[in-house]
Design a protein around this ligand. Sequence first.
Ligand code: FES
Ligand SMILES: [Fe+2]
Length: 457
Amino acid sequence: MTTTPQRVGAATRTMLANGQVLEDIVQPDEGLISRRIYSDPEIFEMEKERLFAKGWFFVGHDSEIPEPGDVITRIVGMDPALFVRDDDGEIRVFLNSCRHRGMRVCRTDRENTSFLRCSYHGWVYKNTGDLVSVQGESFYGEDELQKEKFGLIPVAKLGSYHGLVFATWDPEAPEFDEFLGDMKYYLDIIMNRTGGMKVVGTPQIWEAETGWKFSADNFTDNFHVYFAHHSLVELGMLPNDPDFAGRGELIVAEEGHILHITAGAPTDEYRYMGLPQQLRDKFPEHLDAEQVEMAKGLAYSAGTVFPNFHWMQLMSSGTIGQSDVPFLNLRLEVPVSPTRSRMWSWLLIDKDADPEYAKASYETYVRTFGPAGIYDQDDMENWEDCTRMSLGPAARQNTMHHRMGLHRPVDKTWPGPGSAYDVAYGEMTQRSWYSAWLNFMTQGWAGRKTMDEGQTR
Ligand code: FES
Ligand SMILES: [Fe+2]
């Protein structure tokens, strides 16, 4: 079905099976992106090998495995994984696959155990990953088993920041701290404003008939809010103002990481993410003065750690006639096939939040986001139809349009790191994301320099 893409001529000419060159059909600097990349099986296979086997991927939040022996099942990149706190309290991440014949080692969503026994032939692993016991061991001759060499396969590297745990299967990947770079400044505001967050309940997981990049693209797209979610405007759950989501800054950080900080309306209700005063009072303990000032003008923020981890700090009315309540949603879209994706969605609440606010935040999130939420229902219809409408041979010859703000100058007055633009409607962030995607697909980690120096950063 697919042909291995080849480099032709210069180092960054990546030819596809039909003779097209990836660098020609994906032009982030022009804001023109081929429709092929959203559903093409050949490009999907390239993504598996070049991006999902190599990048840094979100595993979970450390509050999800608070106790020694906690084990939960996750996806790292596109591989099933175990997110574990071993008996000594150390966080570990393994491929959820037995070293004998590859059977799934943990078959539940979560458990607490010191040992994991494979249900096929009974090999037993400690929660450190070590293979400790094999049924019928006496039937193996000398040197046939070597238990010390066949523990669970660990990820190549682990990293964490404010409780967010990421992993990569690539030993050549840069260290996580270096990869996160500029984004740490903004993650401080989102994840550490009051001294830490905790996950509430378990993540919601569902699948949609969409190429994963439509979802990734949408997480930095403020422009759709007034139109795609207009039923909420009609119900009085979103302000009736077409420019409402357009006031703020778009920020392009290193490595394809992107975010927006959006002001909403200039009233006290919209300041400091709309959090209650009890939580606002804690900001100066955990953020520097510049970050506190930035948080003052922050009603909404969505950000992406390249390629597929997103946060969404939002305020929304969860019920007609009710005032807005803030919540923090974390999101991951994992490719299942070229045209199908699995969505993971977490709710986080400030550890020190009082119970009444925590309940209101939880209620607002479940009513508005996740598989039954009004916003996600609207978004899913767009992502699925965009996927279907781009499958045909005629459609695939064309591009998507991402040119908004192409000529807008960088806002030199912005105090934070990264390149900022003083508007929240623009496609600078998408262009930077596609630029990072193209570099990764054609050059792997070696493409990082180009990306850092690129026009669309
Ligand atoms: S596949 Fe796990 S013990 Fe055989
Ligand atoms: Fe949306």
